[in-house]
Unconditional design. Structure first.
Ligand code: HEC
Ligand code: HEC
Length: 293
């Protein structure tokens, strides 16, 4: 009887030791296995079903799971840090596609997810489409390259480049239906006046974009790190072929988004001020658009 109890205890002891050894070895293997990213750093592979918000106040961009993830993430980087990847100051000269140090999101605010700031959400499905500028049907790659050669004052990205592939993957990913087409701005009460606009510029815009309109760099010249406040004219700005150099684009953009951070539902500028300051910006010097060979 006593012997039986002792034997039983021995058996329990052996079990306990084996059990502990098993857990220790699992823990040791666990330390050496690559850990998956914490779930909170990965988005589902499927595109967002609601309008995404990649503003600093929003959820932010998360790398989607799945094989398209890296391309989509590179597309996001290209839109937000264009200057650091394909800008005129990147070390690899062959990668200097953009001619200025803007980012796509200098205009397509919050990586194209800002409804009032030239949104890119949902546009994927609208291509190929007829372009009034070109008077023919164009592909999305061609449309991207119009911003490359005009807004970015640079050269076209080759269709087969990983940059074009990445931009298309990102735009497909945020391609939920369907944005309302941009409306031209309402006409102002008085004809636009660059002279009145100069006053608006000095009192409202110069605080960020500087009185000389050349903006404020993030770091120093030639570091490929772009701007805190982008230039509105001058050699490092969009060229005179860009949509932003036209009233029908710049007036609503400025009215609804500037000063940056203003609530589009409660614009700070009157319609008249938006037209006047746009007239002032349009009157300033900028690079000339040169059609590509
Ligand atoms: C200086 C401002 C500016 C910059 C910088 C800029 N764009 Fe644009 N982009 C515009 C304007 C203005 C339009 C015209 C919007 C419209 O048609 O409603 C536009 C249109 C587009 C469209 C077509 C949208 C549509 O509704 O069909 C795409 C795609 C696009 N841009 C991609 C890019 C990419 C990619 C970059 C960076 C490589 C970029 N843009 C940089 C101003 C800019
Ligand atoms: C509080 C700072 C601030 C003020 C004030 C401000 N902006 Fe901006 N603006 C920005 C920032 C920042 C961007 C780039 C957007 C981004 O990176 O998110 C920008 C982008 C722009 C752009 C498109 C990008 C480019 O380089 O051309 C235009 C046009 C513009 N602003 C015009 C104006 C005008 C006109 C005013 C005055 C009515 C104004 N802004 C006032 C901060 C400001």
């Amino acid at each position: 009887m006593l012997y039986g109890v002792v034997a039983e205890m021995n058996r329990l002891w052996i079990f306990a030791v084996l059990f502990a050894a098993f857990f220790l070895s699992m823990a040791a293997i666990g330390l050496h296995l690559p850990r998956p990213l914490p779930a909170s750093n990965v988005a589902p592979a499927a595109p967002p079903q609601a309008w995404p918000d990649y503003s600093p106040q929003g959820g932010g961009f998360l790398v989607p799971a799945g094989d398209q993830g890296p391309a989509i993430a590179y597309g996001y980087v290209l839109i937000t840090r264009t200057f650091a990847n394909i800008g005129p100051e990147v070390p690899d000269k062959a990668m200097r596609f953009a001619g200025n140090n803007l980012a796509c999101q200098s205009c397509h605010l919050d990586a194209g997810t800002n409804r009032a700031g030239l949104p890119l959400v949902g546009i994927f499905a609208t291509y190929p489409k007829f372009s009034t500028r070109d008077q023919r049907v164009i592909s999305l790659a061609e449309r991207i390259n119009e911003c490359m050669t005009r807004s970015m004052n640079g050269r076209a990205l080759p269709d087969a480049s990983s940059e074009m592939t990445a931009l298309l993957a990102f735009l497909r990913y945020i391609g939920i239906p369907t944005p309302a087409p941009a409306e031209p701005p309402e006409a102002p009460p008085l004809p636009a006046s660059a002279e009145r606009g100069a006053t608006v510029f000095a009192t409202v815009c110069a605080a960020c974009h500087q009185q000389n309109g050349l903006g404020v760099r993030r770091g120093s010249a030639n570091d490929a790190d772009g701007y805190v406040f982008p230039p509105l004219w001058g050699p490092d700005s969009y060229n005179d072929g860009a949509g932003m150099d036209r009233y029908r684009r710049i007036v609503s953009f400025v009215r609804l988004n500037m000063p940056r951070g203003v609530d589009p539902q409660h614009p700070q500028l009157t319609l008249q001020q938006a037209w006047d300051v746009s007239a002032y910006v349009i009157a300033q010097p900028r690079p000339a658009y040169r059609p590509q060979p």
